[in-house]
Design a protein around this ligand. Structure first.
Ligand SMILES: NC(=O)c1ccc[n+]([C@@H]2O[C@H](COP(=O)([O-])OP(=O)(O)OC[C@H]3O[C@@H](n4cnc5c(N)ncnc54)[C@H](OP(=O)(O)O)[C@@H]3O)[C@@H](O)[C@H]2O)c1
Length: 273
């Protein structure tokens, strides 16, 4: 039997591609997502219902996964969602929903597996961040805040977990062709009379274009499988096109005002496809 992986958010997009890549590479994959309770499946994986925002659901997932395959060697925290909107216009409930799924959901899963891994004296935790965990872009305020939280939390966890033999890796994808439009909601605050209407239309068109022309999610899955086979787990795995790597470097090097003047107009131009 291969190493046992628990992976969240494995019913679509990068989570599904990663779960299937891990199964192809000989890992024993227990996959969780809400829609696994409604008959959806991920090839090669044992699929269990899981809502990472609900502690009872996490407890039930863990109990069943433990019964099926025993203590996990690896946790991959991939469940995520996005609400596009202007910072000023988000409802607090929308900000909470994004934080609860993307950040608190990861934290709850980490708290669930850490005692199991500590008892075993080893383990690996892989947390999905994003290029947005490293820099902000217009109309992704809620998502960017949640991914910055993931970055900070994972760095702290890495210090704390390593003495127990547990390694932590952040995955920082750039745009990928995940085809997950259902998970890209627009904020209720983006009404017809919003002062941001034109800027929002241009910005979201650019975001949609970048995703549609993004990287291949199968390659990301294979890169994560390769990293997990290494003797030492890298602290960070950034998987992005060259221009997004460059954006992160420039973000850290340039004066903030200059970076904003370069990136701002990029999200202000409309794309037709
Ligand atoms: N796609 C990209 O270009 C990109 C770029 C950078 C980072 N990322 C990150 O990669 C991860 C996957 O993104 P994606 O765009 O590929 O995925 P996606 O297709 O949007 O799917 C999101 C996944 O998360 C699950 N999910 C959402 N809420 C959940 C909850 N409360 N409990 C359990 N599962 C939940 C969904 O399953 P159910 O609805 O069945 O629960 C689904 O499997 C996310 O963390 C995202 O931030 C993606």
């Amino acid at each position: 039997m291969g190493q046992v992986v628990w992976i969240t958010g494995a019913s679509s997009g990068l989570g599904l591609h990663t779960a299937q890549a891990l199964a192809r590479n000989g890992f024993t994959v227990v996959a969780g997502a809400r829609s696994f309770g409604k008959g959806k499946k991920a090839e090669g994986c044992q699929c269990l219902p899981l809502d990472v925002t609900d502690q009872k659901s996490i407890d039930a997932f863990a109990a069943e996964a433990l019964r099926l395959q025993g203590t996990p060697d690896i946790l991959v925290n991939c469940a995520g969602m996005l609400i596009l909107g202007a910072c000023e216009s988000y409802a607090l409930s929308e900000l909470r929903q994004v934080m609860e799924t993307n950040f608190l959901g990861q934290a709850a899963m980490i708290s669930k597996v850490m005692p199991l891994m500590r008892e075993k004296g080893k383990g690996r935790i892989v947390n999905f961040s994003s290029i947005n965990g490293l820099l902000g872009i217009p109309f992704e305020g809620a998502y960017t805040a949640s991914k910055h939280a993931v970055e900070g939390y994972s760095e702290c966890l890495s210090y704390e977990a390593r003495p127990f033999g547990i390694e932590v890796m952040l995955v920082e994808p750039g745009d990928h062709r995940s085809g997950s439009a259902a998970y890209r909601k627009h904020s209720l605050g983006m009404t017809e009379d919003s002062p941001y209407k034109a800027a929002f239309a241009a910005g979201t068109a650019q975001i949609a274009h970048d995703e549609a022309t993004g990287s291949d999610p199968d390659i990301l899955g294979e890169k994560i499988a390769r990293a997990l086979k290494r003797k030492r787990l890298p602290r960070r795995l950034r998987i992005a096109k060259a221009d997004q790597h460059l954006a992160v470097v420039l973000h850290d090097l340039l004066l903030p005002g200059l970076f904003e003047r370069i990136i701002g107009p990029y999200y202000g131009k409309k794309k037709s496809s």
